[in-house]
Design a protein around this ligand. Sequence first.
Ligand code: NAP
Length: 246
Amino acid sequence: MLTDRIAVITGGSRGIGREIAMTLAAKGAVVIVNYNGSAEKAEAVVKEIQAAGGKGEAVQCNVSDFEKAAELMEYVVKKYGRIDILVNNAGITRDGLVMKMSEEDFDAVIATNLKGAFNCIRHVARQMVKQRAGRIISISSVSGVLGNVGQANYSASKAGLIGLTKTVAREMASRGVTVNAVAPGFIDTEMTQVLSDKVKESVMEQIPMKRFGATKDIANTVAFLASDDAGYITGQVICVDGGMAM
Ligand code: NAP
């Protein structure tokens, strides 16, 4: 159980982040459902959490903004006194072959997926060290482990998250803070629903288990890493991908 643990989930309004928020709340955590633009969806997640007897609130913040990320963490610490769990889930795609990729599309993906995670970690690290306890879990991707045609920006951001995870894990290991990454394969969310049937078919060929994953598959892994049972696991990348990256 995660009773009364304070958990910040970035990008908790939709998809995988939404499922992580619901799952941690069901285990007793107080969940801060961060979102960027989807206020109504984030409020709906909180309503669903509360209807099930859980606790949480929605807080807007563009995590790619260093100062705004600081304000988000300061707000949570001021209100709840601590932050036990940070899940860096916020992410975007701007796919295209590298020879056609614009500078803007490269920068936008790095800014949200990689710098956004750095910003949140940067502003939570001191608090967790002070607490001598904490869990940081970042959602990477199989694309960051294997690379993926059309995703130079996204793969770079997700591989960067793995380096960030391992370094912060080393820096914080002796302070009771564990830092891990989860690398999902292809999960059925709005992010993958936009893919063409042709792309989906070619992806399916690369999945040994021959099916896309569900958001619950990722949320359950995050819940485990956030729990006391995972206290001796740090600096790891857990692939939840139907065998893609084995
Ligand atoms: P999604 O359905 O597109 O949801 C993305 C979430 O990120 C939304 O809640 C969105 O909030 C939030 N977000 C985007 N930019 C943000 C920003 N600048 N600041 C704060 N929040 C921001 O995506 P998903 O499929 O659930 O993916 C979630 C994570 O898993 C991402 O990091 C993604 O790269 C990773 N992942 C997904 C898959 C997959 O197959 N779906 C596979 C591997 C890894 P708003 O709605 O408010 O914009």
